[in-house]
Design a protein around this ligand. Structure first.
Ligand code: CDP
Length: 794
């Protein structure tokens, strides 16, 4: 499986970072001085503003939409309804999961916040005011809010727009071997079982979603500024849906204020901005507000999971089995590779050497916003890791074993890598025990357990939560995966200018992760050009190679590989040109960083800058070598990468209020070769805060009518510096054997690994009450109710 390639210098010294290591972020001077250029900073001449009228109810037949008064508003330039879009064949758009989603409702509304009409006006305020002048008549229908009731006989059919759809079923999918797993369960000494819910949460990026469409009718060109994590994929899909030829569409993603999966999909607002621009002949900007973002623009998770583990009495885990009910909302708009309707959930086998495993997932429609996006995770890995790590703790409680020791006993051993898990994934590399031991040493695990025992004697509630995760990131090999038919490779283009400065153009799109720094570092490592002499260009389809964009921590595994290989092509070409310049044979030259020199006489050589000038100058070039120092690569990774980590969290629970205080958190991560350790740590800090948020406070709930209860930051709580501890981080380095520089993704590891650590800590604190499981978020009200043995409040 691993590709043949030259030895990687980073692999010979895995602990060495890449290209000057911990360098300051090149993008920060503009961000910290307020000179970033986000979508809402862009003002085009003659630009109009759009606003969306949204449904106040979760399920209703649309009787009529009267726009007369809105159109009469002096500042309104256009009002678009579903009926208008039907005429253009644009009322429904394909989703990333082969479903369709209403751009504007035509027949029914199917969730609260669904798009019903679009107003284009001279300014944002007028557009918003005019929404109130639209008169919509709804005929209420009973909503389906609880996914568990969605498949009941007689449940209202939400998607009656789909021919042949007679219930709310979306898909069934399974992985692993059911019969083999059942057989292991039948002979196991111990079986534990628990219902584990990963509630509906939201990526909630600091910047909400938006678009500016500028359609030029004479040449038929569309320039679309978008908050998009995947500009190239968006351009292709726009060409397919809107019928505008792809070469006449330019998608520009400016600076993006956080994506976390929220900016992968194409939302109705983007399409409506385009329609608005075509209709008015002027640029149209649409930017959603916070409530629109939380209520309608892609949720994450919403998995109801039944987990079962079979083990021996001595604590050898034999098999894991799970059935999942996946709430996909009103339209199946999840983003994941086509072949995997439940994403990479099949990594629920975790970091353990199992005899058998099986999962089955059923997706259902409900009257809630669509989404199921990979919120800071690789396509449902977060749900999988949470399930298995919670269940291992349930098993530890059943066996009265220490949860850290139980994990150590069951890890896949280093000599078993590459390891094929029981659902068919090949884990590329791993060495789990040192990471776990490091986390335990850092936190002082044995001392903490002693302290906990003493505190318990005094009636105090202290919990220690352990989690160990393996992620699968870097989607993905073309032979295994695509998104709506587009193979998941990514391109990189390297150009060395005549003066030896360089530009690298990427298909992936940073949203704050620091790509302008780290991708320059990869090139610096390979060619010896300092990072400050390298410009990183991304986010403009006219100026970058094709690729599927940034999500699922795929930038480093895929585009990072592309940059390294393109740089190596440049280096090979530089050798030929240097040989011509030095009047020697290429094979007589040796490489040191940034320079080819004559073997045996290191004083005679040519630097990359000299070679670049030679290539563009008057040097007589060898036959077949053209006059530049450029290269382009589309990288199809041979496998995914499998970063891992050991997390331990210490909490104190107030017995009077149920409030959880996170006292300490140690995170030991392994993402293979680390390019920039400072950026890696930043990614981990952010992800850990995310995890604490989901474990303790983030949650989008609904009442019985389908009213969204998490539509503002007053209700949807995200953690601040007050709720999180000082993170204590450590690392091990187990390079990926197939990645050109041995790097694995890191962006999402902490979001994936931390929720189980926090919840395991809370449940551990509550062990004196006989509690083995509680569902996230562990809010004070829920913890207090659990202590009283009362049902979980919403
Ligand atoms: O796809 P995304 O950029 O969100 O995730 P990633 O590939 O994990 O990278 C996140 C950031 O961490 C980028 O700036 C990477 O270049 C950097 N990184 C690193 O320095 N070393 C690694 N082994 C992995 C990522």
């Amino acid at each position: 499986m691993p590709q043949e390639r030259e030895p990687n210098p980073a692999l010979s010294d895995p602990d060495r970072p890449i290209g000057y290591g911990r360098v300051q972020r090149k993008e920060d001077p503009r961000f910290i001085r307020g000179r970033g250029r986000y979508l809402d900073d862009i003002v085009l001449p003659g630009m109009l503003h759009g606003a969306i009228l949204r449904s106040p109810v979760a399920h209703a037949r649309l009787v009529s939409v009267d726009t007369t008064e809105a159109l009469a508003h002096p500042k309104v330039r256009a009002v678009v309804t579903g009926k208008d879009l039907e005429g253009l064949n644009l009322a429904w758009a394909p989703t990333l999961s082969a479903d369709v989603q209403a751009v504007l409702a035509t027949d029914k509304v199917r969730f609260q916040g669904q798009e019903v009409a679009f107003v284009v006006a001279d300014d944002r305020y007028a557009a918003r005011d005019a929404l109130e002048l639209i008169d919509v008549e709804y005929e209420d229908l009973p909503p389906v809010v609880d996914a568990r009731r969605a498949l009941d006989p007689g449940a209202p059919v939400i998607r009656d727009d789909k021919e042949g759809q007679t219930d709310n079923h979306v898909f069934d999918w399974e992985a692993g071997d059911a019969a083999a797993t059942d057989a292991v369960f039948a002979r196991a000494d111990v079986v534990v079982s628990e219902e584990v819910v990963y509630p509906r949460v939201h990526p909630a990026p600091m910047e909400t979603c938006g678009a500016i469409a500028d359609y030029e009718p004479v040449e038929g060109r569309l320039t679309l500024y978008e908050t998009s994590q995947a500009p190239h994929a968006h351009r292709t899909l726009f060409a397919m849906v809107a019928g505008i030829p792809e070469h006449k569409i330019r998608v520009i993603s400016p600076d993006i204020g956080g994506g976390f999966g929220n900016k992968v999909g194409i939302y109705p607002g983007y399409i409506l901005a385009v329609v608005g621009s075509i209709v008015t002949g002027r640029p149209v900007k649409w930017v959603e507000d916070r409530s629109e973002n939380l209520m309608s623009t892609s949720f994450a998770r919403d998995y109801i999971m039944r987990g079962e583990v079979a083990a021996t009495r001595e604590g050898k885990i034999l098999a894991v089995r799970t059935t999942v009910l996946a709430d996909h909302g009103a339209f199946n708009a999840t983003a994941q590779p086509t072949k995997y309707p439940a994403g990479f959930f099949s990594i629920f086998t975790g970091s353990y050497d199992l005899e058998a495993a099986h999962c089955s997932v059923t997706g259902v429609y409900t009257n809630k916003a669509p989404g199921g996006v990979a919120y800071a995770c690789s396509f449902r890995v977060t749900e999988a890791v949470y399930l298995v790590e919670r269940m291992v703790d349930v098993l530890a409680a059943e066996l009265a074993m220490d949860p850290a020791e139980l994990r150590l006993k069951n890890f896949i051993r280093p000599e078993q890598f590459p390891y094929r898990n029981k659902t068919g994934w090949e884990y590329d590399s791993g060495d789990y025990e040192p990471a776990m031991r490091m986390a335990m040493d850092r936190i002082g695990y044995a001392d903490l357990r002693r302290e906990q025992a003493e505190r318990r004697d005094r009636g105090e509630l202290m919990g220690i939560g352990v989690s160990f995760f393996t992620e699968t990131v870097g989607a993905g090999p073309r032979k295994h995966m695509d998104i709506v038919g587009l193979g998941m490779a990514d391109g990189a283009e390297v150009r060395v200018h005549p003066t030896g400065k360089a530009v690298v153009r990427l298909s992936v799109q940073t949203q704050g992760q620091g790509h302008e720094t780290t991708f320059a570092q990869i090139l610096a490592e390979e060619l010896g050009i300092p990072p400050e002499d390298i410009d990183v260009v991304h986010g403009d389809t006219d100026n970058t190679p094709f690729g599927l964009g940034t999500y699922g921590s795929r930038s480093t595994p895929v585009s990072g590989g592309a940059v390294a290989l393109a740089a190596r092509k440049v280096k090979d070409k530089a050798r030929l040109i240097a040989a011509a310049m030095l009047e020697t044979r290429p094979e007589d030259l040796e490489w040191e960083k940034g320079r080819w020199f004559v073997a045996g006489d290191p004083t005679v050589g040519k630097t990359i800058a000299e070679i670049a000038l030679g290539a563009h100058g008057t040097v007589a070039l060898p036959e077949g070598v053209d006059g530049n120092l450029d290269a382009e690569v589309t990288y199809d990774p041979p496998n995914l990468t499998f970063p891992f980590g050991a997390y331990i969290c210490v909490v104190d629970v107030d017995p009077g209020t149920g409030k959880v205080h996170v006292r300490r958190f140690v995170a030991v991560d392994d993402c293979g070769t680390r390019i920039n350790p400072m950026i890696v740590e930043g990614q981990i800090h952010g992800g850990l805060a995310d995890g604490v948020g989901m474990a303790l406070m983030e949650f989008i709930g609904f009442d019985e009518q389908g009213n969204c209860l998490g539509g503002s930051f007053m209700d949807y709580l995200i953690p601040t510096a007050v709720e999180v501890p000082d993170w204590e981080t450590g690392y091990t380095v187990t390079p990926s054997p197939h990645h050109p520089i041995g790097a694995k993704g890191i962006g999402e590891s902490a979001t994936v690994g931390s929720p189980p650590a926090v919840v395991n800590a809370v449940v551990d604190a509550l062990a004196p009450f006989g509690i083995r499981h509680m569902d996230m978020p562990c809010t004070p009200a829920r913890v207090w109710a659990a202590m009283q043995g009362r049902p979980t409040p919403p």
